[in-house]
Design a protein around this ligand. Structure first.
Ligand SMILES: NC(=O)c1ccc[n+]([C@@H]2O[C@H](COP(=O)([O-])OP(=O)(O)OC[C@H]3O[C@@H](n4cnc5c(N)ncnc54)[C@H](O)[C@@H]3O)[C@@H](O)[C@H]2O)c1
Length: 279
C-alpha cells in the first residue's frame, strides 16, 4: 500500500460552493491538502475554487448522477492524482410538515441526501479499493438520531444514511478503506436561513447553532484522526444519540424543545444582525 502522509492528501468535496462544504474546502487547503471542489452549482463552485487558489480545482457534480461521479473522480485524478478522501457533504432540505410537502419535494430530499450520497460511496468504494487506500467521510446530521417536526423526510434521509454508512463500514472491515460519519447540529449556512424562514422548523433554534468553520474543523481533523463517528455537541450529542431510540420519551421532550425553539427564533428574528453568520 502506498504511504499517505496526513498532510497533502487529495480530497474531493461535494456541495463545496457554499456552507459547510465551502468551509471544509478552505480549511483543507490551509492545512496543505489539495481539494477538488464539486457542486451542482457549477458557476459558484468554479468561483469558490478560484478564490482558494492553485491547490484547488473544481467541476460540476450533481450527486444524483452516476456518470457525474465518475467524471468528478477522473477530473480530480487529472488535476492532482488519485482521490485519497471523499467528503460526501452535499445535501438539501425542504422545510415544512410532511403533509405540506409535495411528492416531488419528498423525493428530492431522498434522492439527494440518501441516494446521491450512496452513489458517491459506491463510486468511491470501487475506485479506492482498486487503488488500495481511501477514506470516506459522510456528512450526516444529528437529525439521524432524533425524530424532529418540520424535518420528517430530511430525518428519514439522514437516519437512512447513517444506517447505510455503518453497514458498509462493517461489510468493508477487512478492506483497505476508512469510514467516518459526522453529524452537524444546526449550523449557520444557507440551509439554516431557509429554516429560519419557516416556523415549522423552529426546533432548529432550540440550541445554539454552530459556525460552518467549526464543523469543517471536525471534518478536516477527521482526515488525520479517522474517528468512526462524530456528534455535536460532544457530550449532549451522545445523550441525544441514545435518547432518540425511545419514542415515548421523544414525544414528550421534542415538543418542549420545539416550544423553546419558537421562542429563540422570535428573539433571533427581532435581534439586530451583526454579520453574515450572526444567527
Ligand atoms: N446547516 C445545518 O444546520 C446542517 C445541520 C446538519 C447537517 N447538515 C448537512 O450538512 C451538509 C451541508 O449543508 P449546508 O448547511 O452547508 O447546506 P448549504 O445549503 O449551505 O450548502 C449545500 C451545498 O450543496 C449543494 N447541492 C445541493 N444539491 C446538490 C446536488 N444534487 N448535487 C451536488 N451539490 C448539491 C448546494 O448547491 C450547496 O452549495 C448537508 O448534507 C446537510 O444536510 C447541515
Amino acid at each position: 500500500m502506498r504511504h499517505i502522509s496526513d498532510r497533502g492528501q487529495v480530497i474531493l468535496v461535494t456541495g463545496a460552493a457554499n456552507g459547510i462544504g465551502a468551509a471544509v474546502a478552505e480549511l483543507a487547503v490551509t492545512r496543505g491538502h489539495r481539494v477538488m471542489l464539486t457542486d451542482v452549482d457549477e458557476e459558484a463552485v468554479l468561483a469558490r475554487a478560484r478564490e482558494l487558489g492553485p491547490r484547488t480545482a473544481a467541476c460540476a457534480l450533481d450527486i444524483r448522477s452516476t456518470e457525474g461521479w465518475s467524471t468528478a473522480f477522473e477530473a480530480a485524478e487529472a488535476a492532482f492524482g488519485v482521490v485519497d478522501v471523499l467528503v460526501n457533504n452535499a445535501g438539501i432540505t425542504h422545510t415544512g410538515h410532511a403533509r405540506d410537502l409535495s411528492p416531488q419535494q419528498h423525493r428530492d430530499i431522498v434522492e439527494i441526501n440518501l441516494l446521491g450520497t450512496i452513489t458517491g460511496v459506491c463510486t468511491a468504494l470501487e475506485r479506492m479499493t482498486a487503488q488500495g487506500h481511501g477514506h470516506i467521510i459522510n456528512v450526516c446530521s444529528m437529525t439521524s438520531f432524533l425524530p424532529l417536526p418540520g424535518y420528517a423526510t430530511y430525518c428519514g434521509s439522514k437516519y437512512g444514511l447513517r444506517a447505510f454508512h455503518h453497514s458498509v463500514a462493517i461489510e468493508e472491515r477487512d478492506g483497505p478503506l476508512d469510514f467516518t460519519i459526522i453529524h452537524p447540529p444546526s449550523t449557520r449556512t444557507g440551509m439554516l436561513d431557509q429554516e429560519m424562514a419557516d416556523p415549522s422548523c423552529a426546533i432548529s433554534f432550540a440550541e445554539k447553532s454552530y459556525a460552518p468553520e467549526q464543523i469543517a474543523e471536525a471534518v478536516v481533523g477527521a482526515v488525520t484522526t479517522k474517528p468512526v463517528e462524530v456528534v455535536f455537541p460532544p457530550l449532549a450529542g451522545r445523550v441525544q444519540r441514545i435518547a432518540g431510540v425511545f419514542p415515548r420519551l421523544m414525544r414528550r421532550v421534542i415538543p418542549m424543545a420545539e416550544a423553546k425553539g419558537l421562542r429563540q427564533r422570535e428573539k433571533l428574528l427581532t435581534a439586530p444582525r451583526t454579520g453574515p453568520s450572526a444567527k
